[in-house]
Write a protein that binds this ligand. Sequence first.
Ligand SMILES: [Zn+2]
Length: 74
Amino acid sequence: MSAFYLNKVKDDNGFHIVHKDGCDLMPEPEELVYLGEFDVCMLAVAKAKGMGYRNVNGCSNCNKPCFYEGYVDK
Ligand SMILES: [Zn+2]
């Protein structure tokens, strides 16, 4: 299991990015929300959505299976 964090601050494409503990692209601590410990990033993304965050995306560096290219639906 790994600890997952959500960036409270949207990226340039309008996404809240989910990072795994130890990611090289981890944002500043004050920008992070702790999601919990999960086996796979899909569960971390689901948790973030359950907390009310929309447009959640996996980090292209640490959560590639959950990363998708594109833009948010407006
Ligand atoms: Zn990351």
